[in-house]
Design a protein around this ligand. Structure first.
Ligand code: DQA
Length: 142
C-alpha cells in the first residue's frame, strides 16, 4: 500500500506562516509525523510539495500510489485542472485542510476537489493529515 501525500502552495511555510490560523508546527515536523505514522501502519509513503498547479497535476498523474492524501491549499478554491486530474487517475483521494475552510472567508467555502474526493477533513489542524492516513488504511484494506 502506497500513499502519496501532496501539500499545495505555501504549505512549505508551515510553522512561520499565519500561525494563528495554521499553528506553530513546522512543515518538517509534520512530515516526520506523517512518515512515522505510515511506518506504524505498515504503509509506504511519498511526500510531495509544490507551489505550482502544473507540478501538482503532474504528480497526481505521474506518481505511483494507491491513495492520495492532498491538501490542495489555495488550489482547492480555483483548480478545475487539479479536480480533473484526480478524477482522471481514479485513485481514492482524501482532502485535508488544516484550518476550517467553512469558518473563513467566503471564497474558501467552495472546494473544486471535494466532489472527486472520498472525504474531507477540515479544521482539525495538522492532525487532519494523520486522521486521513488512518482512514486511508481502512479504505485500502476493504
Ligand atoms: C488550507 C486552506 C486554504 O484555503 C488555504 O489557501 C491554504 C491552506 C488549509 O490547510 O487550511 O493554503 O488548505
Amino acid at each position: 500500500m502506497k500513499i502519496l501525500v501532496i501539500h499545495g502552495p505555501n504549505l512549505n511555510l508551515l510553522g512561520s506562516r499565519e500561525t494563528g490560523v495554521y499553528g506553530a508546527e513546522t512543515f518538517d515536523s509534520l512530515n516526520a509525523r506523517i512518515v512515522s505514522l505510515c511506518a506504524e501502519l505498515g504503509m509506504d509513503v511519498e511526500i510531495f510539495q509544490s507551489n505550482s498547479e502544473g507540478g501538482i497535476v503532474d504528480a497526481v498523474q505521474g506518481r505511483k500510489y494507491d491513495l492520495l492524501v492532498i491538501n490542495p491549499a489555495a488550489y482547492t478554491h480555483t483548480s478545475i485542472a487539479l479536480r480533473d486530474a484526480i478524477a482522471a487517475v481514479g485513485k481514492p483521494a482524501i482532502e485535508v485542510h488544516i484550518s476550517n475552510i467553512y469558518r473563513r472567508e467566503d471564497f474558501r467555502k467552495h472546494s473544486y476537489i471535494s466532489g472527486v474526493a472520498v472525504g474531507q477533513i477540515s479544521g482539525l489542524g495538522p492532525e487532519g493529515y494523520l486522521l486521513a492516513l488512518r482512514a486511508a488504511q481502512t479504505i485500502l484494506s476493504k
